[in-house]
Design a protein around this ligand. Structure first.
Ligand SMILES: Nc1ncnc2c1ncn2[C@@H]1O[C@H](COP(=O)(O)OP(=O)(O)OP(=O)(O)O)[C@@H](O)[C@H]1O
Ligand SMILES: [Mg+2]
Length: 418
C-alpha cells in the first residue's frame, strides 16, 4: 500500500480532485471529482465565491467516490503572475574534507537569497548543476575535494496576492493547501520519460486559459513559463470570426475544429446558426480551420520565443511534448512541428490505474502529476528536515517546494533507490 494523497488541479475550465495512492511509479486512483471551473481567467482567480463553489463540488465528488474525507491537498498553480529566474550561490568548503550534503544545502541557501521585488514569493527552487573550483556541469559533487562550491539554480516566483487568492478559495472550501505545485512541473513528471528529460525536452500543457511550459535538460528543470493563452482563445476567435455565441463556438471547435489547413478539403462544409440569422447557414470548414490555424500558429510562435529566450532551444533533442485539453485539437501536432522545427509528440498520463479511465486524457496530466510530484517533494523536504536536525544548523525557511531533481542531485544514487 502506498501513502494516500490528494491533488486538486484548479484549472480555468475544470477542477479535478483525485484521491489516490502512489505505488512505485503508478498513481492508483481511489476517488475522483471533475467539475466545471468558474471564477478563473488565464489562471488567475476572478471570483472567489464561484471558484470556491467549483472546488467544493469537485472535492465532494472525490470524497464520495473514494469514501475518504479530504483534509489537505497538493494544489496546481499557474497564471500570468508566475515568473522564473536563474541564480547562483557559492560557498567555501573548509579543510579539504570533501563536499558534504550540508554544503549543497548552504550553496542552495545562497542561491535562494535573491532580492525579490515587493509582493513576490518563491514557489520552487530547483538546483540544475554544480561546479567545484571552476569545474562546471557537475551533477553531484558529493565527496569531491575542492575549496569553492557553486550551484546554479532555477527559481520560480509567484505574486503573493495571486497565491493568496487561490489559497483562500481552497481553504474556504475546507481543504488545507499542503503545497502549491507549478502546473508544467506536475505534468512533466507524469508525462515525460526519464530519457526525454535527459536528452532535453519541453513539456507544453495547453489548457483552457493558460499554456504552461517547462524545459528539462540533463534530467533537471532548466526553464519554466506560463503564457496567458489557451483553448478558450481559439474558441473566442471562432465566436468572433463566425459570429457565434461562445458555447456554440466551443462545440463547433470540438466537432469540426482542425489546426492544419493542409489536412482539410476545400469542399467540406457544415451548418451553423449565427447571431442575427433566422435560418442556419453553411460554413466552409476551411474558413473555420483558417481561424483556428492562425491562433494555434501564434501560440507556437510564443512558445518558440519563450524557448529562445531561455537560451536552451538548441538543446531540446527530444523536442516538444504537447499535453493539456487543447492538445486534443486535430492537426495541432503538425502546426507545432512546422513552427518549432523539432520532434513533437502528444502525451497523457499512462501510469494511472484504479478508477482511472477518465484520466487517461491529456487534460488530466497536471491533475495526475500533482499526486506523484507532491509526494516526491514531501519526501525531499522530510529528508532535508532530517539533515537540518542532524546538523543542527539553520531553520527550514527555504525548504518549501523541492523537486525530484534535487533527490538525484543532493543524494548519491544508491540513497535515492534508483
Ligand atoms: N477535442 C478537442 N479539440 C480541441 N480542443 C479541445 C478538445 N478537447 C478539449 N479541448 C479544449 O481544452 C481546453 C481545456 O483543457 P484543460 O482541461 O487542460 O484546461 P484547464 O486545465 O481547465 O485550464 P488551464 O490549465 O489553462 O487553467 C478547453 O479550451 C477545450 O476547448
Ligand atoms: Mg490545466
Amino acid at each position: 500500500m502506498g501513502e494516500l494523497v490528494v491533488g486538486i488541479d484548479v484549472g480555468t475550465t475544470k477542477v479535478c480532485t483525485i484521491v489516490g495512492e502512489v505505488r512505485d511509479s503508478d498513481v492508483y486512483v481511489l476517488g475522483l471529482g471533475i467539475e466545471p471551473s468558474q471564477g478563473m481567467r488565464k489562471g488567475m482567480v476572478t471570483d472567489l465565491n464561484a471558484l470556491r463553489a467549483s472546488i467544493v463540488a469537485s472535492a465532494h465528488k472525490a470524497e464520495k467516490t473514494s469514501g475518504y474525507e479530504i483534509g489537505r491537498a497538493f494544489v496546481s498553480l499557474a497564471g500570468g503572475h508566475i515568473e522564473s529566474i536563474n541564480s547562483r550561490g557559492a560557498v567555501g568548503i573548509p579543510n579539504q574534507r570533501g563536499v558534504q550534503l550540508d554544503d549543497l544545502e548552504r550553496a542552495m541557501d545562497a542561491a535562494r537569497a535573491v532580492n525579490l521585488p515587493h509582493g513576490r514569493e518563491v514557489l520552487h527552487v530547483i538546483p540544475r548543476n554544480y561546479s567545484l573550483d571552476g569545474q562546471a556541469g557537475l551533477r553531484s559533487p558529493l565527496g569531491m575535494l575542492g575549496f569553492r562550491l557553486e550551484v546554479e539554480a532555477h527559481i520560480i516566483t509567484a505574486s503573493v496576492q495571486g497565491v493568496k487568492n487561490l489559497e483562500k478559495c481552497v481553504e474556504d472550501a475546507g481543504v488545507l493547501v499542503d503545497r502549491f505545485i507549478l502546473n508544467p512541473l506536475a505534468a512533466g513528471d507524469i508525462v515525460l520519460t526519464p530519457e526525454e528529460r535527459e536528452a532535453g525536452v519541453m513539456i507544453v500543457d495547453i489548457g483552457g486559459g493558460t499554456t504552461d511550459l517547462a524545459i528539462f535538460v540533463d534530467g533537471s528543470v532548466w526553464h519554466t513559463a506560463v503564457l496567458g493563452v489557451g483553448g478558450q482563445h481559439i474558441t473566442n476567435d471562432i465566436a468572433y470570426g463566425l459570429r457565434l455565441p461562445t458555447e456554440l463556438a466551443e462545440s463547433v471547435k470540438l466537432t469540426h475544429g482542425h489546426a492544419d489547413p493542409k489536412a482539410v478539403s476545400s469542399l467540406e462544409a457544415f451548418p451553423i446558426q449565427p447571431f442575427g440569422e433566422e435560418l442556419p447557414t453553411k460554413v466552409q470548414r476551411a474558413d473555420l480551420v483558417h481561424i483556428v490555424h492562425m491562433r494555434v500558429a501564434e501560440m507556437f510562435e510564443m512558445i518558440l520565443k519563450e524557448a529562445k529566450r531561455s537560451g536552451y532551444d538548441g538543446l531540446l533533442k527530444a523536442g516538444i511534448v504537447l499535453t493539456g485539453g487543447s492538445s486534443l485539437l486535430p492537426g495541432i501536432k503538425a502546426v507545432a512541428a512546422d513552427v518549432l522545427r523539432m520532434p513533437v509528440r502528444l502525451g497523457q498520463p499512462e501510469r494511472v490505474t484504479g478508477m482511472s479511465e477518465a484520466l487517461k486524457n491529456p487534460a488530466y496530466s497536471t491533475s495526475v502529476g500533482l499526486l506523484k510530484l507532491g509526494l516526491i517533494m514531501d519526501e525531499e523536504d522530510a529528508r532535508r528536515e532530517g539533515l537540518r536536525k542532524h546538523s543542527n544548523s539553520r531553520g527550514s525557511g527555504w525548504m518549501r517546494g523541492f523537486l525530484r531533481g534535487v533527490a538525484e542531485r543532493l543524494l548519491p544514487r544508491e540513497e535515492t533507490g534508483e
